[in-house]
Design a protein around this ligand. Structure first.
Ligand code: FMN
Length: 208
């Protein structure tokens, strides 16, 4: 398959997601693709329509708050694809990314993309700089490089399918389990949870 152009789309209020997507594009620089970048941070930018062809590749990155950020309807409503290969990733501050990847998959497919690879990466917490400080670090970057180069090669081989659905191994109440996992390793770090999450965790006595 031939790719004629690379589009980078990102929602990155504090800049980590933007840095990561540009790092990924840099990992593909030997492909010599023309690159167009689209930041969807401002409401103006989300009022435009962005159209993508089947011979272009879209990499999209978004920060998360347990889900895609509240503007995710706007993020995807302005994108119109025609079976365009799509590599998506989310960033999170070493807490939890919840349903964000499933949400990205669903919305990207609805906008006409062929979702070919999805990933989640830790970046410095934009609300509290001491959490996930220094991330992504060199090891994270190796993983990102591996992710983007393998995803690109897979697409080039003509395989646009997602091999596995986003999978977290958490049980039915995914969000709560991720929070618990976080607290097990970061017991002394302050962390504010969504309100109903807090209530449920307290009821189930997870905060002993
Ligand atoms: C309002 C808000 C809520 C967030 N909620 C979470 C969260 O629930 N879990 C988590 O791990 N990180 C959370 N984060 C951290 C961001 O997802 C993370 O720092 C992300 O990499 C920021 O990307 P950016 O620098 O591109 O804006 C939150 C950040 C903000 C601003």
């Amino acid at each position: 398959m031939e790719i004629k152009k690379l589009h980078l789309i990102y929602f990155s209020p504090s800049g980590s997601t933007e840095k990561i997507i540009k790092f990924m594009a840099d990992c593909l620089k030997d492909k010599n693709l023309p690159i167009e970048t689209h930041s969807l941070l401002t409401s103006e930018s989300r009022k435009k329509k962005y159209k993508f062809n089947a011979d272009e590749l879209v990499i999209m990155g978004s920060m998360t708050a347990g889900k895609l950020f509240t503007l995710s309807d706007e993020l995807f409503n302005c994108l119109e694809a025609d079976n365009t290969p799509f590599i998506g990733f989310v960033t999170y501050g070493n807490g939890y990314y919840g349903i964000a990847l499933n949400e990205m998959l669903e919305r990207a497919e609805k906008s006409g993309f062929k979702v070919s690879a999805l990933g989640a990466f830790i970046a410095r917490h934009s609300m509290k700089a001491s959490i996930a400080k220094g991330r992504p670090d060199p090891h994270d970057k190796e993983i990102m490089k591996d992710f983007i180069t393998k995803a690109y090669e897979k697409i080039m081989s003509g395989d646009l399918t997602l091999h596995k659905l986003p999978k977290t191994n958490w049980s039915s109440w995914e969000l709560g389990n991720q929070v618990i996992a976080y607290r097990e390793t970061h017991r002394n770090e302050p962390y504010s949870l969504p309100r109903d999450c807090n209530k449920r965790l307290q009821r189930e006595n997870h905060f002993r």
